[in-house]
Design a protein around this ligand. Sequence first.
Ligand SMILES: N[C@@H](CCC(=O)N[C@@H](CS)C(=O)NCC(=O)O)C(=O)O
Length: 233
Amino acid sequence: MTITLYELAGADRSLRFAPHCWKTKLALVHKQLSHKTEPVWFTEKEKFAVSEQPLLPVITDGDKVVSDSWTIAEYLEAKYPDAPSLFANDKAKTKAESFHLWVSTVLSKHIPGILILDLYNILSDQDQQYFRRTREEKIGKTLEEFAATPEQHIQGLQAELDYVRELLATNNYLGGDKPDYSDICLLGTFLWIATSGITEFLENDDVVYAWYQRMLSDYSEVIPKSVVASALS
Ligand SMILES: N[C@@H](CCC(=O)N[C@@H](CS)C(=O)NCC(=O)O)C(=O)O
């Protein structure tokens, strides 16, 4: 049975940018599960109404419908135990869950200020209206005002990444000698930045950059060629 992944897309439907959707796609690739993807605009929630909630990613696997990237990772691991594992053991799973939370809250809070206008510019006309309205309501400023100081947010991101630098000091991957779901969470978040068109957010001599290059190469089958070209050159 082929799994279908519903994921957010830009005006060009081949452009996929959403971090949580990337996590699910990378998890499917990691587990070598055959799947197809269904591009969805922000304003096309009827396409995944079957999930009875408004956010992506959503997967369908036969009759089963699962939403929320962490819940999907747990589902895939339980349903396909013989496929390559996202969590080597219970300890790695606990670590990945707390890392997933750290990435989604602490690290990710710096990212909208870096990319919000670039992201806005790749959306369809109807999504641009939705995105501007919902995000301006949330941040209490215009997108342009919010995007006025990207350097400050890049500095915030860089400072936060010290935690990852520590974790990578003795291992090639957060998962140890091979990637696991912790690595997938961080790569999904970096792909949010890179697919929004921002290529230079890491220094070349950074241990995190070396890790990013390894991950792009490991998951190259789903990474957009433009991202690979700018990061691996
Ligand atoms: N906790 C959820 C968060 C999902 C989420 O925030 N998805 C965003 C895209 S990355 C979304 O669907 N946004 C739709 C909207 O804002 O209308 C997860 O990890 O999957």
